[in-house]
Design a protein around this ligand. Structure first.
Ligand code: MLT
Length: 206
């Protein structure tokens, strides 16, 4: 594989000051970019190294991490390819910056590719916080997720993610061995203050 093809994500890397914290891989939602979740990362894990790539797929002018055919209907071939591309980027960044395996924090489309990373390339991540995620695969692949911690935060009034989709994702990850904490908050698709508090507490428990 050509390294330049796999590592050329536009991204921000902010080195951390607290070696006790795992690095965070920040994955934005549709229409976001590499700047979007930096503030969240600094708030929930002060001193952690932050690695924040921009999704390479454009839907109109909106960056995403993989193609979709319509809302909630994913191009799974593209999802697989993009997941491996992102995994290879993370491996490259870890080597370049001397990082341990990161914990992903993904929002919406970023949460969905983080779930896909867990299922297709579990060794790349130490764990993941999936904010407003759904199950990215119709038939999820098997993976060994023993010892991976996963937080799923769903919104009870989310008009984009169906409750059963998030539950199916939680079930899939648990059945593959992950330690899953799934909370449903009185919120919509956007992040709320309780999301931030729960995320911070979950990261502090690591
Ligand atoms: C997706 O496409 O990944 C989900 O529908 C969430 C979104 O980005 O709107």
């Amino acid at each position: 594989m050509d390294a330049t093809e796999t590592t050329d994500f536009i991204h921000v890397f902010e080195p951390g000051s607290d070696a006790g914290r795992p690095p965070l891989l920040l994955l934005h939602g549709t229409g976001g970019d590499e700047q979007d979740l930096l503030g969240l990362g600094r708030t929930v894990a002060p001193g952690a190294s932050l690695l924040s790539p921009r999704g390479k797929v454009l839907e109109g002018a909106m960056p995403r991490f993989f193609r979709r055919l319509s809302e909630g209907v994913f191009d799974e071939d593209d999802l697989r390819r993009r997941t491996h591309e992102l995994a290879d980027f993370v491996i490259w960044a870890r080597e370049r910056h001397g990082l341990e395996a990161p914990v992903a924090i993904g929002f919406s489309n970023g949460a969905n590719i983080a779930a896909s990373l867990l299922l297709l390339r579990p060794q790349v991540l130490a764990g993941a916080a999936l904010l407003r995620a759904m199950s990215p695969f119709a038939k999820p692949p098997q993976a060994d997720l023993t010892a991976k911690r996963v937080l799923i935060l769903s919104g009870a009034m989310d008009p984009i993610i169906q409750a059963e989709d998030a539950e199916r994702l939680a079930r899939t990850l648990s059945e593959n061995g992950a330690s899953v904490d799934h909370r449903v908050l009185p919120a919509g698709h956007g992040l709320s203050q309780p999301d931030i508090g729960l995320l911070r507490a979950w990261l502090d428990q690591a």
